[in-house]
Design a protein around this ligand. Structure first.
Ligand code: NAD
Length: 350
C-alpha cells in the first residue's frame, strides 16, 4: 500500500499531520511518500504539479491530499495557479468516479440550516461521473452567428462511460444499504434517456441492490424535503456537481466531509471537501476530521480494508459523542479543541 501524501497549502499540512498519525496508529504497513502540490509547489519549483509529484502519484496506489490554494497565489497566471495542480493530477490519474458522502452525526444536527428531525442521522453517498458530460463535450464555444453572440455546449455520454460509473455506484450501494437512485432528465435530454436505459440494463447484475430513478429537478427538491430517503445517488457530471454541493450543505459542517475520486482500478485520490482555509491557516484550530475520514474512505475503496475503515469512522463518532469540537462545529456545552487535540482524541478513541 503505497500512498502519495500531498499536504498542500493553508491548513493542509496541519490537518494532514493528524490524518497521518491516525494511519500510523493503525499500523497497516503503508508506505508513505510526500510530495508538493499547489502553491507550495509553485514557490519551490514554479510548477503547481511538478514532475517529481507526477512520478510519486503515478507510482502510488492511492493519493491523500490536504487542500491547495490561497491569496498569495491568486494573482499568478492561470497555468501557475495552485488549482491547476489539482485539475492536473485529477486528469492525469483518470479519476472518473467522485464519491461524496454527506453524513450528519446526530450530535451535530444543529449545524444544519434544516430542522434537526429532517437531517439528524443523515447518511447518503453521491456518486458523480467526473470526466464526461457537457463539461467536456465538443463542440463548445461562443461565436457570432446571424449578427448576435451564440453560446453552445454539447452533452454526451457513451454507454461504456455510463456503465463504468454505474458499476462503481452499484458496488458502493452493496457496501451500504443496497438502495441506488439514478438521477437524470430523461423527459427532456436524450443523453440522459441513454443514462437511464444503461442503468436499468445493469440492474440484473446486482439483484441485491434496489434501483430507482428520479428526475434531477425532483431530486434537488427531495434532498431538502426528505434527504434521509436516499442511500446512494448516482448521476452525471453536471447534475452531480450541483447535487453533491447541495447534499454537503445539508450537513452544515464542511470541516467534516471527506471525498474520494477513483479510477478504473480503484486507485483513488482522497481529500476533504473543503479548501485550504487561509483565514485560519497556521493557527492550529482547523478541523482535521474530514481528512481523517478521507483516510477511512481510502482504506475502504482503494485497499478493501473495511474493518479498518469502520474503526476510523467509529473513532470519529466517539470523539463527537464525547463532546470534542473544533471551532467550526463548536456549540455551548461542548469542549472546544484545536487541531492537534482533536487528533489526540481520535487516536485515544482508536
Ligand atoms: P474553504 O473551504 O477553504 O473555506 C471556507 C470557510 O470554511 C472558511 O471560513 C474556512 O475557515 C472554513 N473551513 C474550511 N475548512 C475548514 C476546516 N477543516 N476546519 C475549520 N474551518 C474550515 O473555501 P474558500 O475560502 O472559498 O477557499 C480558500 C482557498 O482554498 C482558495 O484558494 C480556494 O481556491 C481553495 N480551495 C481548494 C480546494 C481544494 O484544494 N480541493 C477546494 C476549495 C477551495
Amino acid at each position: 500500500m503505497k500512498i502519495c501524501v500531498l499536504p498542500g497549502d493553508g491548513i493542509g499540512p496541519e490537518i494532514m499531520a493528524e490524518a497521518v498519525r491516525v494511519l500510523d496508529a493503525l499500523a497497516l504497513g503503508c508506505e508513505l511518500e510526500r510530495g508538493l502540490l499547489g502553491g507550495g509547489a509553485v514557490d519551490a519549483t514554479g510548477d503547481p504539479y511538478p514532475e517529481a509529484t507526477r512520478k510519486l502519484a503515478r507510482a502510488a496506489d492511492a493519493v491523500l491530499l490536504g487542500a491547495v490554494g490561497g491569496p498569495k497565489w491568486d494573482a499568478l497566471p492561470r497555468e501557475q495557479r495552485p488549482e491547476r495542480g489539482l485539475l492536473g493530477i485529477r486528469k492525469e490519474l483518470g479519476l472518473f468516479a467522485n464519491l461524496r458522502p454527506a453524513i450528519l452525526y446526530p450530535e451535530l444536527a444543529n449545524a444544519s440550516t434544516l430542522k434537526p428531525e429532517v437531517v439528524a442521522g443523515l447518511d447518503i453517498l453521491i456518486v458523480r461521473e467526473l470526466t464526461g458530460d457537457i463539461y467536456f463535450g465538443q463542440p463548445r464555444g461562443i461565436e457570432v452567428r446571424d449578427g448576435e453572440r451564440y453560446g453552445f455546449n454539447t452533452m454526451h455520454y457513451t454507454e461504456s462511460e455510463i456503465r463504468r460509473i454505474g458499476r462503481v455506484a452499484f458496488e458502493a450501494a452493496r457496501r451500504r444499504n443496497r438502495r441506488l437512485c439514478s438521477v437524470d432528465k430523461m423527459n427532456v435530454l436524450e443523453t440522459t434517456q441513454l443514462w437511464r436505459d444503461v442503468m436499468t440494463e445493469l440492474a440484473p447484475e446486482y439483484p441485491d441492490v434496489e434501483l430507482s430513478h428520479m428526475l434531477v429537478d425532483n431530486a434537488a427538491m427531495q434532498l431538502v424535503r426528505a434527504p434521509k430517503q436516499f442511500d446512494v445517488i448516482v448521476t452525471g457530471n453536471m447534475f452531480g456537481d450541483i447535487l453533491s454541493d447541495e447534499a454537503s450543505m445539508l450537513t452544515g459542517s464542511i470541516g467534516m466531509l471527506p471525498s474520494a475520486s477513483l479510477d478504473e482500478r480503484n486507485k483513488g485520490l482522497y481529500e476533504p471537501c473543503h479548501g485550504s482555509a487561509p483565514d485560519i491557516a497556521g493557527k492550529g484550530v482547523a478541523n482535521p476530521l474530514a481528512t481523517i475520514l478521507s483516510v477511512a474512505m481510502m482504506l475502504r475503496y482503494s485497499f478493501g480494508l473495511e474493518e479498518a475503515a469502520q474503526r476510523v469512522e467509529a473513532a470519529v463518532k466517539r470523539v463527537l459523542a464525547q463532546g470534542y469540537r473544533t471551532g467550526d462545529i463548536h456549540e455551548p456545552g461542548t469542549r472546544r479543541v484545536g487541531t492537534r487535540e482533536m487528533g489526540d482524541a481520535v487516536l485515544a478513541a482508536l
